[in-house]
Design a protein around this ligand. Sequence first.
Ligand code: NAP
Length: 599
Amino acid sequence: MLDQMPQGLNPLSPSQAQQFTDLLGGMTPVQQAWVSGWLAASATLAGGAAAPAPVAAVESTPLTILYGSQTGNARHVASDMAEAAKARGLDVKLVNMADYKPNQLKSEKFLTIVVSTYGEGEPPEPAEKLFAFLGSKKAPKMESAKVAVLGIGDSSYEFFCQTAVDFEDRFRALGADVVVERAMFDVDYDDHAAGWIGGALDVFEPDLKASGAAPSNVVPMPGLAAPVSQFTKKNPFLAEVAAVQKITGRDSTRDVRHVEISLEGSGLTYQPGDALGVYFHNDAGEVDAVLARLDLDGDAVITLSDRELSLRTALIEEMELTQAYPGFVEKYGNATGDAELIALAEDKVLLRDFIEPRQIYDILRAHPHKVEPQALVDALRKMQPRLYSIASSQAEVEDEVHLTVGVVEWDAFDHGHLGGCSGHLGRRAEEGDRLRVYVESNDGFRLPADPTTPVIMIGPGTGIAPFRAFLQEREAQGAEGQSWLFFGNPHFTQDFLYQVELQSYLKDGVLTKLDVAFSRDQAEKIYVQDRIRENGAELYQWLEGGAHLYICGDANRMAKDVHAALIDLYRTHGNLSAEAAEEALDTLRDAKRYQRDVY
Ligand code: NAP
């Protein structure tokens, strides 16, 4: 509603003022903004000054925040940014890259990308399609777009935030104006993200306001629309370990544990496909050994985010001591004057080779110094929770949550090594122990809404976890849809995870088909993709009949090889070219009928 024209300084006659008010009142805010700029320019011209560029009407376009998230971090930061924009009254659209139609790019004016990186510097699964589109001939010119890019990564890995760099490069190549300096945050992004978000919104705000965009309309993210528990990554629930059971045989080369955790009293809910975030405890024995080696007093008081606690407690419960990262070598080297570490910190390639096989414990053991307790803590990163695919359905286990944990274990530098979280859950945790947990939703890995839809599940090793949840859920639903599971592990007698349960599901018809690949039970390796090839014709029929396909487990080799087997399936049984077979799988993926949870 346009204000009545003020009297007093108003130089117009009453009838002119009325005409003007009527005319402006019929205009949209964008038209009014344009007229205002045009009049200002005309007035300056009339005064004989140099003509400023005419003020062009800016289309009413929101700030689009696109996130590509593997483990939820990028999603959380993008959501924080959307909330901050909303608090400023800005129009904002928050979209998962997996749900984004790439041909909308041509109409974007204000765009923020929040993206993680995984594997060998590759985009996370939900970002793959958009990333490929940006690098293809179909990508539009984006000369009128203003773009900001935020990367979330883990500096333990060589290709730290590479996907953010690549996204930015691709936008620049399309002519977009990168208006905010790219940020690349490590796992402790929480300490820095708010500052970057504020700075980026300062840059976008004037343009967004000038565009006359309507007040904010944050599009709720799927998954956050569900009731959100008060327990989150930032505020985890202190849960009780209810059971830990080894589910591989005595002679197995793998140590896999079935872990049951009680969520009683938390109000936490989850869906099949979700993951559990777990904050673990470092090995108290290892911590005491390190304190002794560095001649440090575990009772020394240190400060961590405004909290005071003992050095020993901080090292056991709060700091990352397993995953080394380049910043530690640099900071600890500088704090102790260790010449070898200082030299390493200056050579990126050597530093990478040094860090790769070592845990923080290894570095401290080999470079002991009586460092200031606070300096030691300041050199370390805060512990990051580990995510495990949930192996249960609440329809079956109510307020429990089950995990399938492969214990990571190896020998190096004359010491045994255990993974941080898998070591805690698999070897040290006892019934009744408490640990901090939260649910990380994963809408990219969901059973079909219609229980009559057939499902194909491919989950070798601990990749079986979410499929145990799927089967429990389907049994509880009395689902009539067919289901087919492909499972693989080294040996039938030692490594058939959940064998009794799976065979009973098969008997009861909850599972229609079960194909197993025990890789080391014969001279030649047999993998799940071999079973897929053997069953090609039938599998192709299931897919043509509308089945949803799921893969969970190792991303580096298995998921790629299974993908290749699926391409072959479409080529052989669908008579498609390699390119058309890829397109067929892309179409399946777009229809959310090909979902992967791999890392
Ligand atoms: P694994 O190492 O994946 O081994 C399971 C079986 O797969 C073995 O029989 C193994 O055979 C075989 N295998 C090896 N290379 C393969 C290939 N290229 N294609 C197909 N099969 C292959 O099992 P795991 O130790 O239980 O590890 C599971 C992996 O999945 C881990 O990397 C874990 O982090 C990941 N995981 C991810 C998620 C998730 O993304 N949500 C959940 C659970 C587990 P051989 O060893 O005999 O060669």
